[in-house]
Design a protein around this ligand. Structure first.
Ligand code: ZN
Length: 65
């Protein structure tokens, strides 16, 4: 299985919606667990990295300057 490179400030789109309906998250901290912030409701959550990688649909790497 390919490893998805993740860095703080990367934006990711998840396969499953957050309870608020949002799907875009910002990566805050990366380790064996990854902390992400929901861009829609601004709540953060910490996920096991393996689980997170499985639920990522796409990494939105384009930087919006
Ligand atoms: Zn949310």
């Amino acid at each position: 299985m390919p490893i998805i490179p993740l860095r703080p400030n990367d934006r990711i789109r998840m396969k499953k919606e957050h309870p608020c309906g949002g799907r875009i998250f910002t990566v805050i901290r990366v380790g064996s667990e990854v902390r992400v912030l929901c861009e829609t409701c601004k709540r953060d959550m910490t996920l096991d990295r393996i689980k997170l990688e499985k639920s990522i649909q796409q990494v939105l790497s384009d930087k919006l300057d």
